[in-house]
Ligand binder design. Sequence first.
Ligand SMILES: [Zn+2]
Ligand SMILES: [Zn+2]
Length: 190
Amino acid sequence: MNNYSYKIQIGREKSRCRYGQSATRVADNGFKCAHCHGWVNTESGLSGVQNRNHCPYCLWSRHMDLYSAGDRLSACKSPMEPIGLTVKATSKKYGSCQGELMLIHFCTECKTLSINRIAADDDLKTALAVFEDEFQMDAYMRSRLEAAGIVALTSADSAIVRARLFGHAPNLAEILFLASVASSFITQDD
Ligand SMILES: [Zn+2]
Ligand SMILES: [Zn+2]
């Protein structure tokens, strides 16, 4: 794409935005996932996020935004692969894992990286699979993340990621209780 057509497309994106319409959206309240073809409802009451770009089933996204979340000014519109999890930067002093768990997306076309909130209706098992796949990330992607100042979580963060995705981190009393419940189940099975 040359510079001229790129500018034209940006202009079109802007005018669509101004009138609250987008040709890339099939309907006002959702879109079809470019990756798994599932229907994605974008109403914030379901997802808890304002600008839903990623699919709750496969967690793939589309490259919609250019300058800020929800601006819809990107001309790219290509699928973005979920490549890992990170933690949102926080002003709290408790350590790197205190912030909100976020998805890292990588555009399959223009190679842009973006960080996105995990929505309330996202498939958390898929999020865990994305996190575990991230351990095999290649050197190119690691260097891209490092250059962008994004710290991808590692296998050392497994316990905290599971706790964040599936519930709070259990304290010692709860661990002992869960262990006793588990052993009583084992006894019953025998
Ligand atoms: Zn999908
Ligand atoms: Zn892109």
